[in-house]
Design a protein around this ligand. Sequence first.
Ligand code: RB5
Length: 150
Amino acid sequence: MRVSIASDHAGYDMRQQVVKHLIDKGFEVIDGGAVSATERFNYVDAGNKVAEDVLSGKADRGIAICGTGIGISMTCNKHKGIRCALCNNEYMARMCRQHNDANVLSFGARVVGPEIAFAMVDCFFEEEFAGGRHAERLATMAATEDINFK
Ligand code: RB5
């Protein structure tokens, strides 16, 4: 599985830890975004990178990190076909796969610590989409994109 991960400066330190976690687990990682925790990097550019990597097929899934996870998840969700879930705990990370078939996981480096982040990342890759009634809802979501994304 290929994972594109990117962050702004606020998510830089967390991203380093998550990249190591992913590599240790055998994932192929495409790492992008801020080059340090001190040099400012716009979370929009980081979110766009993750979304584009997933939509182009360069990556199977994405992880997007900023200070709160809010700005970068908003950005990812501006891309048609991206279902980015901003999660704060393991349960949300589990459900975003089972019920929402999320293809990008987002979280805030100033909101959760590394242990919760690793647990969410693990859920995000372990859980399968449940399909059924959830697939019907996602079809409605895709139809909503078709109407509203110009
Ligand atoms: C950067 O200071 C901060 O605004 C950003 O990381 C994020 O939290 C925005 O949503």
